[in-house]
Design a protein around this ligand. Structure first.
Ligand code: GDP
Ligand code: ZN
Length: 387
């Protein structure tokens, strides 16, 4: 956290955007646009070239065409802070995107392999894991790698651009804790996950009984959070518990007054009554595997550390002589399962990177074609004029 964001309280707390995460840093970032008479706001929903932005003047619908980039990573996204036209302009445009602190990116599945920004300016990635089923530590490792691959705003398609330092902080929440028969078992499960995720906070929570909820409320109270996890992990239940009411009900009531129905029904960014912001987009719900190489290194830091002592710098830790990783397995210092998960993640990650590279190459080819066609059209136009 930067020094000035610690001083965020120096902002008048009555500023209508404070519940949405507005702080002194954003204010400073926005200053030049304020001078131009633009409104600050946070994007709560995006669809096809239009977005809903929460501003001091309420939620406004704005056109993103003005900032349309060719780079899919720079497309306006839920969570972005933007400058929009003041009232009276029609259409209202998003004039600029304030630099993102973090971006949550996924490498899309099957058809398209470009990175897709799912949420931005996220501080906490809450990984929900159900205690109603047997713990799958490998899956938790995967989600952690994804969480840690959330990256700085400048990150583009390349894995090298992903950085953990500027990314969101992961938290593992073991849900449905009420289903665990006794406290000793629960403590053991928490310990197990803590061992898998060194340095990552692990909380056991029961959305139903309320146990552990206060700790989670405190964690998410300090910024913007997303909930990740498999379907059935308890994300919606947790979201409702954090919101203090059933979201669906909230949406229905807002619909009833007929005001801004369109915007409230599908709002993907919500201010929590206890502080903090929750982002929940359909994209986040279906999250698969991102380009997570940096994240892999973070989660498996002890393996990466060992690997620096391998004789060959490109050691695959399969059967190479002088392999420090295999030596650690032999001595019992490193578990086999841990190395297996590491390998699996690396392999999956490489597939995604390969796809991304192929995609990039075809993008570049398309770009050349486009320029070629443009050049040709320009030439034809000239000819037409001169002939
Ligand atoms: P999502 O798919 O991750 O959004 O999961 P849901 O929130 O829909 O929850 C899946 C199921 O788990 C539902 O039947 C919930 O009632 C149940 N569930 C969620 N939280 C808890 C909890 O704290 N305790 C128990 N016993 N069940 C829960
Ligand atoms: Zn090795």
């Amino acid at each position: 956290m930067s020094f000035s964001s610690l001083l965020g309280s120096s902002l008048p707390s009555s500023h209508p955007l404070v519940p949405y995460g507005w702080d002194a840093d954003w204010e400073a970032e926005f200053a030049p646009y304020a001078e131009q008479g633009l409104l600050p706001g946070r994007v709560v929903r995006v669809d096809r070239g239009l977005c809903d932005v929460t501003t001091p003047a309420g939620t406004v619908r704005a056109d993103t065409e003005f900032v349309v980039p060719r780079d899919p990573m720079k497309v306006v996204c839920t969570g972005d802070w933007v400058a929009v036209d003041p009232e009276g302009s029609d259409p209202r445009y998003v004039r600029t995107l304030l630099p993102r602190r973090t971006a949550f990116v996924r490498s899309t599945s099957s058809k398209r392999s470009e990175g897709q920004v799912l949420a931005t300016n996220v501080d906490h990635v809450v990984i929900c894991v159900s205690l109603a089923v047997e713990l799958d530590l490998g899956r938790i490792e995967r989600f952690l790698a994804l969480a840690m691959s959330s990256s700085s705003g400048e990150a583009l398609l390349h894995k090298s651009a992903l950085s953990w330092e500027s990314g969101a902080q992961p938290v593992v929440v073991l849900t449905k804790a009420d289903l665990v028969p006794d406290a000793a078992t629960l403590a053991y499960l928490v310990q197990d996950v803590e061992n898998t995720a060194p340095g990552v906070p692990v909380l056991a929570v029961s959305a139903m009984g309320g146990d552990g909820l206060d700790v989670l409320v405190a964690v998410v109270g300090g910024g913007t959070s997303v909930l990740l996890g498999q379907s059935g992990a308890g994300k919606s239940t947790l979201a409702n518990a954090l919101l203090g009411e059933d979201v669906m009900d909230v949406r229905a009531t807002r619909d009833a007054d007929g005001k801004g129905r369109h915007t409230t029904t599908t709002r993907n960014l919500l201010a929590l009554p206890t502080g903090g912001v929750l982002i929940d987009t359909p994209g986040l719900r279906g999250v698969g595997l991102w380009d997570a190489e940096t994240g892999v290194g973070q989660v498996f830091s002890e393996i990466e550390e060992l690997a620096t002592r391998c004789r060959f710098h490109d050691c695959a830790h399969e059967n190479e002589p002088g392999c420090a990783v295999l030596a650690a397995i032999a001595s019992g210092e490193l578990g086999e399962r841990r190395l297996d998960s590491y390998r699996k993640l690396i392999r999956e990650n490489q597939r995604i990177v390969a796809k991304t590279d192929a995609r990039l190459r075809s993008e570049i080819r398309k770009e050349w074609k486009r320029r070629g066609a443009e050049g040709k059209a320009a030439m034809e136009a000239k000819k037409g004029r001169w002939m």
